[in-house]
Design a protein around this ligand. Structure first.
Ligand SMILES: [Zn+2]
Length: 476
């Protein structure tokens, strides 16, 4: 009998891995396809699962279908290859391009972490080892196979799939899987992460097109529930943003923006350009301090088929962000240090988005003690991170072993999320052509998943269940 087994992102928002086994009608063992192969992140009890082998040996998995290039969906791929997987990894070309920078960077961070633990001798394991190295991540890239959006791919006589747009980040897709089982064709839809609805005021600054594919037909849906219990503010954030930046500049301060190097940084850079050119904020230097962000801009420019009309128009008018006058993309550590010397009001965008590491630490160490400056958050800050501490204005925060007083103004704009919220999800689900027999919710904290389940049951009358870790469900 064909089944799905949830090997991650069940009861939590990371580690997405859903295994399809096509069953064993011929007695030769079913084909095994993994939808996403993400890293567990966050609390230790989940991260430790990155180290255990999956219940299904990597060697016996025939293919991976990857929805998008976020680490919680792709970050375990190098480990899967290390454990013996040798099949194709299907993804869109922009996803493959982004994985080409994200996975080696992740390997590099794993190596640094292991080195750190060995130095302070903190690890239970001696010596501490990286989950995978930069070179192993690089090596895993050879298994990626590009697939066009809406192109059908036959994996075996029983199973085929195609990608349709998810509008979450550049290259992101949902996977529609068709499975022949017991003489019937079953349609399975794996949502990956679902982007915002088609409204640029609600989802401001979308560089990539907004709106997930509509009019889906499915017998079984595996769907994310990250924002199952939270709604995004619906006001246009640009007037508030312009006000905050202008006030900071007028008092001689700078704006420091912690942002993830991929997608969020590009989105914000386009918004700042728009505000400057339309005279809504003063013309001031903009520094984008992240080597990964530069690589990501190049990938964005390569894939203009994914742009919104507004973004296409801005590039037609102003050219590549890498050439915009007044915008500096810092690549080397020396270029990064030069930003610290800038005393005139400026905007500094740097990663990591939750201030857990990266070059943003230098900028905050220098600018947090000065009340003229503004630290602006445009992304979620998980409890326990430095970003969370700064956003909630604790008195001081530890950076490079020193306590830095938080005297700068802080502000947060919550509109920039790349996930649909419950009203948007309902709007999207109402476009389905049929009512799926069953929907499994994944990729959510327990409370978020259960609230979304209740909402979908009440508003749509759908049969919705919350996926459990390692649970096997039959595709009947
Ligand atoms: Zn994602």
């Amino acid at each position: 009998m064909a089944y799905i087994q949830f090997l991650g992102a069940a009861g939590t928002v990371t580690g997405s891995k859903h295994l399809i086994n096509t069953g064993d009608p011929s007695g030769k063992g079913g084909l095994q396809v993994l939808i996403d192969c993400g890293l567990f992140q966050g609390p230790k009890e989940w991260r430790e699962r990155n180290w255990s082998d999956p219940p299904v040996p990597a060697k016996t998995i025939d293919a991976v279908i990857l929805t998008h290039a976020h680490l919680d969906h792709c970050g375990w791929i190098p480990r899967l290859v290390k454990a013996g997987f040798r099949g194709p990894i299907y993804a869109t070309q922009p996803t493959i391009d982004l994985c080409g920078i994200i996975l080696p960077d992740s390997g590099h961070l794993q190596e640094e972490d292991a080195r750190f633990y060995n130095k302070v001798n903190k690890s239970k394991h001696h010596p501490a080892l990286p989950l995978y190295t930069f070179d192993e991540a690089q090596d895993s890239l050879q298994y990626f196979k590009p697939v066009n959006v809406e192109e059908g791919v036959q994996l075996s006589p029983e199973i085929s799939f195609r990608f349709v747009r998810a509008a979450h980040i550049l290259g992101s897709c949902m996977a529609e899987v068709s499975l022949n089982t017991n003489g019937q064709t079953k349609h399975l839809l794996f949502s990956g992460d679902i982007g915002r609805v088609r409204d640029h005021k609600i989802a401001p600054g979308k560089v990539v097109r907004s709106g997930p594919a509509e009019g889906e037909t499915a017998d079984l849906v595996v769907m994310e529930s990250t924002y199952g219990n939270r709604t995004h503010p619906k006001e246009d954030p640009l007037p508030e943003l312009a006000k905050l930046v202008t006030a900071t500049a007028n008092r001689g301060g700078s704006v420091v923006v912690p942002a993830f190097a991929i997608e969020r940084t590009q989105k914000f850079v386009f918004i700042v350009k728009h505000l400057i050119e339309s005279g809504q904020i003063p013309r001031m230097p903009v520094f984008c301090d992240s080597p990964m962000a530069i690589k990501a801009v190049k990938i964005f420019l390569k894939h203009d088929e994914e742009y919104t009309d507004e973004t296409r128009e801005m590039i037609r008018r102003y050219g590549s962000p890498l050439q915009w006058p007044g915008f500096t993309f810092a690549s080397t550590p020396e270029e990064s240090k030069r930003i610290n010397a800038s005393t005139m009001p400026s905007i500094i965008i740097s990663s990591s988005g939750m201030v857990t590491g990266g070059r943003i630490l230098h900028h905050l160490a220098q600018r947090l003690p000065d009340p003229r400056n503004l630290v602006l958050f445009i992304g979620f800050q998980a409890p326990g991170t430095r970003g969370f501490a700064i956003k909630n204005r604790l008195q001081e925060v530890k950076i490079f072993g020193d306590f830095v007083p938080i005297r700068a103004q802080t502000a947060a704009l919550e509109q920039f999320s790349d996930h649909a919220d419950p009203p948007e999800l309902l709007q999207w689900l109402r476009t389905f052509r049929n009512q799926p027999a069953i929907t499994y919710l994944v990729h959510g904290e327990p409370n978020a998943s259960s609230q979304l389940r209740d909402l979908m049951t009440r508003e749509l009358g759908w049969n919705v269940q919350i996926a459990q870790y390692k649970e096997k469900v039959e595709i009947a």
